[in-house]
Design a binder for this molecule. Structure first.
Ligand code: HAM
Length: 418
């Protein structure tokens, strides 16, 4: 039996880096007042179709959708924003206090063509803010992302930002785009020919070579913003500049989901082969209302956790695996009995202790202690038990000290904590 194509195991040897990223992200989010939310990985298909958009690649061809035994259409979540909106509305979170900040880490599912950095089950670190349309929140989110990447050692990745306007200025832009595409229609791919009628903005996100060529010189949303959207975008840019956040305006950026309004951004990298996004997000001021909630401005982003880890792995070979404080080398049955007790007690006292009960030789056990990178090794055999004194070896300095058996656990705890 093997994993299904596009699905993979993340093994214990890889997990330390995942945990480090998760801890850094949670600490930063919590400090900015974001609270964790956990939601189901399956929702009604209609939730994603309506929010992400019927004519997006995700909804058209990438969702894992199935009919359950009662005939309900269900989908494995391809992203978290729609579900968090659903939760915000379902639990009437807006009633007590509409301004809410959430974060979430978890698996998402898209049936894309698998390659490096692209999986069918992948993980996202997601942040969403509801109930506030201030441009400072847009900047806060971009700053947060920028700070997190910096803390993880990823300097020099600049955010590509754009403004997609609002329902007031979108018709003006749409008209300009349709005008531009007037005599280039035949050059568009089959999908985009359909989109031309249904959702012309989607064409801007098409990856087909012919469409890319047809779009050269196409109008940009930033040139068609209404005064409110223009001022909003100016404030985002100015406040980011003030904080020294590295960004560039990319007027070709439209994102692959339909719900966006105003600010949208992505962090891209070339380290993963083809140009790809490590994170992306934007404002979606209409979505809560469209899903049946009260009119609520909202904004968020998601980091591609798998991609971020892959970029970090290429950057440094530092190991984040936690080393044991003590490894107990026990030689003989009696020694194993003691090793078992000491190890259990030390671990409950917060001292990372490991041992091995396979009855291996001194040489093999020292090799294992070295492999685990233990800081201290306690060597116990029949002689030590008779003399009631155990050898403690510092693996870095190679210094050896003797330690009495009577009060061993407490003495060791004292020694390590000092
Ligand atoms: P997205 O751009 O579709 O946005 O995904 C966000 C990130 O998830 C991408 O930048 C990428 O790093 C990662 N990602 C997407 N697909 C895959 C895949 N197949 N394999 C590995 N990584 C992948 C969203 O999902 C929005 N919900 C973001 C958002 C939150 N907007 C507002 N709030």
């Amino acid at each position: 039996m093997q994993t299904i194509r596009g699905f993979r195991d993340i093994l214990p040897e890889q997990i330390a880096l995942w945990q480090k990223v998760e801890q850094e992200a949670a600490a930063l989010f919590e400090s900015f007042g974001y609270r964790e939310i956990r939601i189901p990985i399956i929702e009604k298909t209609a939730l994603f179709a309506r929010s992400i958009g019927e004519t997006t690649d995700i909804v058209e061809k990438e969702m894992y959708t199935f009919e359950d035994r009662k005939g309900d259409m269900l989908t494995l979540r391809p992203e978290a924003t729609a579900s968090i909106c659903r939760a915000y509305i379902q639990h009437k979170m807006y009633a007590a206090e509409p301004f809410r900040k959430f974060y979430l880490t978890g698996p998402m599912f898209r049936r894309e063509r698998p390659q490096k950095g692209r999986y069918r089950q992948f993980y996202q670190i997601d942040a969403e803010v509801f109930g506030i349309d201030s441009p400072y929140i847009d900047s806060e989110l971009i700053f947060l992302l920028h700070t997190l990447l910096h803390r993880l050692g990823l300097a020099g990745l600049s955010a590509h930002i754009n403004s997609l306007g609002c329902p007031d200025c979108r018709p003006d832009f749409q008209k300009a785009l349709l005008n531009f595409l007037g005599d280039r229609k035949d050059k568009l791919c089959e999908n985009c020919q359909r989109r031309l009628v249904k959702n012309p903005l989607r064409i801007l996100d098409c990856k087909a070579q012919t469409c890319r060529q047809a779009l050269e010189g196409a109008p940009a949303t930033v040139d068609h913003l209404c005064p409110d959207c223009r001022t909003h975008f100016e404030t985002v840019k100015n406040s980011l500049e003030k904080l020294g956040v590295d960004f560039m305006v990319d007027d070709t950026l439209v994102r692959g989901l339909d719900y966006y309004t105003r600010t949208a951004w992505e962090i891209q990298t070339t380290t993963l082969g083809a140009q790809s996004a490590v994170a992306g997000g934007g404002r979606y001021d209409r979505l809560v209302e469209e899903l049946g909630g009260p009119s609520t401005p909202a904004i968020g982003f998601a980091i591609g956790f798998d991609r971020l880890v892959e970029v970090l792995e290429q950057l440094d070979d530092q190991t984040y695996e936690k080393r044991p404080d003590i490894f107990i080398v026990s030689l003989g049955a009696d020694a194993q009995k003691y090793a078992f007790e000491w190890s259990c007690k030390l671990n409950t006292m917060g001292i990372r202790t490991d041992t091995d009960f396979r009855g291996k030789s001194m040489k093999a056990l020292m090799k294992r202690a070295n492999k685990l990178n233990a800081a201290l090794v306690l060597i116990v055999g029949d002689n030590e038990l008779t003399q009631k004194k155990i050898v403690l070896r510092n693996m870095e300095t190679k210094e050896q000290t003797e330690i009495g058996i009577e009060n061993l656990v407490n003495d060791l705890a004292q020694l390590i904590k000092n």
